[in-house]
Design a protein around this ligand. Structure first.
Ligand SMILES: Nc1ncnc2c1ncn2[C@@H]1O[C@H](COP(=O)(O)OP(=O)(O)OP(=O)(O)O)[C@@H](O)[C@H]1O
Ligand SMILES: [Mg+2]
Length: 235
């Protein structure tokens, strides 16, 4: 039986206006993502990858078309609704880790759970940091952590609210090959153990190879949409 669809994007368009200029960044993009799957978004710089996942994650509004996530019509939702949906169901990891500099690793991971009013934020954050191999760095501040360690904190933070979907924008972009490999393995391990759906913007070959599907953008249109028959084994 096929898996259920968690994200359905239809005829998505995004136009940016500045002065009397209009820039069409996404043109008639449609796809459906199966729950628990891992999809890589690839394409040249400026092709609309970040804009696409920002719209899918409810951080940006489409100019036209629909985005239905987990049954919610995101394109019709109020800002308040979007913010609730993001906090409840969506995790984010960015290329530039975006940790809060004045908080320790543990506190950074706890923040989204505290916003939700979870009782066990500290113990869950500490458990997640252990899972990403940072049990010895709980009380370090971001400046005291390496790039790969900061990215692992960002991943732990993205998973604290048990997201149904994780959007990651070049999560290995700022890391050396070996550390990037560790982060790739970690993301797919969390995908396998938690069932979290992945949508990853990436230039990383290893990440792309492990995804079950590759959506390729060029100039804001979908150039190809390739399903891998079977996931390649991890190297
Ligand atoms: N807020 C904005 N206002 C106007 N134009 C924008 C805005 N955000 C993005 N763009 C334009 O939209 C196009 C797509 O941008 P986007 O960031 O989605 O590309 P990308 O595929 O993620 O590129 P990269 O690989 O360099 O990160 C670019 O030409 C960019 O200049
Ligand atoms: Mg981008």
């Amino acid at each position: 039986m096929p898996n259920s669809i968690i994200l359905n994007v239809e005829h998505l368009c995004k136009i940016f206006k500045s002065g009397d200029q209009t820039l069409t960044v996404l043109k008639d993009v449609s796809f459906a993502i199966e729950e628990g799957s891992a999809c890589a978004i690839v394409g040249p710089s400026g092709s609309g990858k970040t804009t696409l996942i920002a719209i899918c994650a409810g951080l940006e509004r489409p100019s036209d078309g629909s985005v239905v996530f987990n049954g919610f019509p995101m394109h019709l939702s109020s800002e308040e609704e979007l913010s609730r949906i993001r906090n409840q169901f969506i995790g984010f990891v960015f290329q530039s880790f975006q940790l809060l500099p004045s908080l320790t690793a543990l506190e950074n991971v706890m923040v989204p759970a505290e916003i939700r009013g979870e009782n066990h934020a500290r113990s869950r954050a500490s458990e997640l940091l252990k899972q990403v191999g940072l049990e010895g760095r709980l009380h370090h501040y971001p400046v005291q952590l390496s790039g790969g360690e900061q990215q692992r904190v960002a991943i732990a933070r993205a998973f604290i609210n048990h997201p149904k979907i994780l959007f990651a924008d070049e999560p290995t972009g700022n890391l050396d090959t070996e550390t990037a490999g560790d982060i790739v393995r970690l993301i797919f391990e969390l995908n396998a153990t938690t069932g979290t759906t992945l949508m990853l913007v990436t230039h990383d070959r290893e990440l792309t190879e492990q995804a079950s599907r590759i959506i390729s953008l060029k100039g804001g249109t979908m150039l190809s949409d390739t399903q891998a028959d079977a996931k390649l084994p991890a190297r």
